[in-house]
Design a protein around this ligand. Structure first.
Ligand SMILES: C[S@@+](CC[C@H](N)C(=O)[O-])C[C@H]1O[C@@H](n2cnc3c(N)ncnc32)[C@H](O)[C@@H]1O
Length: 178
């Protein structure tokens, strides 16, 4: 019985991990802890901001952002089970649970029109697929911070070099205005 339960968990975990590779989706790779503070700084969150993280992974960025400004509102969207559960665990100590919402959904099925700030760490092909939706739904003036990856068809407003020579990821932040 126990062996069957362990086997079921292993199958479930591997299926969840293999999904991104099959569908050319974005795998669950958290942004380096060393640059989380820089991401939060780049977002420059004010009390009345509504911050969305698209594909929030283990929610380390959203949790750090909340700790920096608990007055703003936060929504993390994550469609894969393992990172979603890790996010739930990370957010268990949030003092104002109404301030942070975690949605187990596909970001393409979520309306983003309330967002004033969006953070994304996604692959270029997903960024490009997302762009029409962002253009259609985001309010004028909404800001998007992307780690490492740019839109092919939209100019960034600012580039922040994180000065990490020798690293292949977590090197630059791109700030976009819509
Ligand atoms: C590269 S990880 C980034 C995680 C986190 N944002 C960070 O910076 O640490 C991308 C995340 O997006 C999630 N993801 C990929 N496609 C998604 C989709 N269509 N809807 C929601 N989440 C998605 C993946 O499961 C993964 O957790």
């Amino acid at each position: 019985m126990q062996i069957a339960a362990v086997a079921a968990v292993i199958v479930f975990v591997f299926r969840d991990l293999a999904k991104p590779m099959q569908k050319r989706e974005v795998p669950f790779i958290s942004v380096s802890r060393k640059i989380v503070g820089c991401v939060v700084q780049a977002m420059n969150i004010k009390d009345n901001d509504m911050v969305y993280e698209l594909g929030c992974g283990d929610c380390r960025v959203l949790a750090a952002a909340y700790n920096q400004n608990p007055m703003a509102k936060y929504i993390g969207i994550e469609k894969n089970t393992i990172p979603f559960l890790l996010s739930k665990w990370r957010l268990r100590k949030i003092l104002k649970p109404d301030s942070v919402d975690l949605l187990k959904k596909d970001m393409f099925d979520c309306n983003l029109s309330e967002a004033t700030i969006v953070y994304a760490y996604l692959y270029p092909h997903i960024m490009d697929k997302l762009l029409p939706k962002l253009k259609q739904e985001l309010k004028p003036g909404a800001k998007l911070v992307s780690c490492d990856f740019i839109f092919k068809e939209k100019e960034f407003n600012e580039i922040i070099d994180l000065k990490r020579p020798g690293k292949s990821l977590g090197k630059k932040l791109y700030v976009y205005r819509f």
